[in-house]
Design a protein around this ligand. Sequence first.
Ligand code: TEU
Ligand code: CA
Length: 602
Amino acid sequence: MKKSALISSLVAAAIATAAVASAAEIKTVSLIEDPVDPSALAVCAQLSSAPKWWHGKVAYQIYPRSFKDSNGDGIGDLRGITSKLDHLKALGIDIIWLSPIYASPMVDNGYDISDYRAINPEFGTMKDFDEMLSEMKKRGMHLIMDLVVNHCSSEHAAFKKALADPEGPEAKYFYFRKGKNGLPPDNLRSYFGGSVWEKVPGHENYYYLHYFAKQQPDLNWYNPDLRERVYDMVNFWLDKGVDGFRIDAIMNVAKDTAFPGLPPDAVGDGMAEAKVMTAMHAAEVPGILKEFRDRCIKPHDALTVGEAFGLNDEILPEIYGSDGIFSSVFDFTVREIFENAKGYYDYPMGSVKMYRDANFKGQLDAQKTGFASPITENHDEPRAVSLYLPPKLQNAQGARALAVAFMFMRGLPFIYEGQEIGMTNTDFKSKDEFRDLVAAEEYTKALDHGLSPQEALKTVALQSRDNARTPMLWDDTMNAGFTTGTPWIRMHQDFKTLNVKAQEQDPTSVLNCYRDLIKLRKDPRFAEIMIYGLFIPMQSSDDEVLAYKRKLSAGEITVISNLSLHDTQFDLKGKILYQTGKAEFKDGKLLLGSGSAVVLKP
Ligand code: TEU
Ligand code: CA
């Protein structure tokens, strides 16, 4: 063989090997549609025959402390929110859920309320509130408030009176009990650690009950006077024009008021989790809340979204079926995997498969019941991009592919502040940078478990609720345009590049992806399918491919998100309605790159 011929054959071989290599990188993935459960068909038909104003809408959660500061004190406030409503309007948001803004000592950032009819001065005044509400209405948006009535604050006037006289009338709004042989009435462990019972100062044989922090005494829903006060307060806000409520920790209102306690669990402190007791009494909650629904919610045609953990299949219809106690509940299927652990140090690693399988299960349960609310983030969780995606996709590309997977699920989707720009976890550098009371508790737990200070910091940084609570990133100026003062919690490390302003100018940004997806979700050609269509999982031969159909007699759409690190191909046909990343039909096959996603129609 001549030298030149040899070289050219070597070159040809090299090219051939390269071609084989790149072809080998494309993984063929099969997708098989699940069969349809007939009971889901009945629920879909029932819902579409009784449309509600929140069907077909998209919701957004604001964490007021961290959204936008208008007066330079470093704390987000109501006027700040009002100044940013156009951002939400442009995103396509119809319903805003506002985390608590009521008067509060802020032990748990407002989930400890001392006056339910007053605005916390750090957020502004009632005038600011009325102005914000009217600006929302002007834009055709609805407001739902946070209703925190499993507990209030230990600074609430009624609780202060109760503390002073544990036998008096105010004490009956709460749970005051005598101890047993120098021990608390039972052995339940609070959600935030330690006993659910706290000694009453000056009346040492008495304790009061708190399922959360000791500054959050539980309210006694079995007392009719308490219920009347709650209804009055709820109607006060509804009469003002508020459109409904997200209802905090509500399953905890049902209790065995004999406080028998539970057999100790594996933690080894002789206690058992309060939430186990709550789950045991879940079936009683609809009975307790029926009057509230009939006297406050129904007459106002208001929307309620229950924060309901620990539900079993049998009670789902009573919780949010057609005559259920709530309009909707958040789908916490994936969250519950984490919280079934001893503490942050024991939490499993998040993964695409975990996210996918849990959401499929949640969606399937929901469509046999009613209209649930899918979420991927909220103020109690780390950022989804950091939690579920492989490290190489913890960026804008991964955020977009996750957005596609999320935005077409069935129900009322809630987007959490910052999710729409693909915020990731914040790079907390020391334990002093955390602000959440839970972070301190979990740090200690991790140390007690034998972790080194560095390891403890790492687990808390990965799981902390503070990841969701660092300020919204508006632009690349000082403190990302959140405040001209000193922010109450540290800023996210990437705000110079990761911010609303930069993303507005980039048509392929995460923000524009969310805008496009919401537009598509509301497109009149598909709206019917998006609202009432069945959710049909597609079983994938790859654990990091998330695919499903939404189907109705009127038509269907297919959603495929490749959250794996390899390129994929699928043996299927269709037309691309939306794509992010690399997606094309070639030789009758769909090619979908790593971190890419599509929405197809037949
Ligand atoms: O959370 C209720 C709840 O069950 C918590 O255990 C939640 O799982 C916790 O945040 C995990 O660390 C609600 C609110 O969403 C939360 O912000 C409040 O702290 C809590 O109620 C008490 O009001
Ligand atoms: Ca402020």
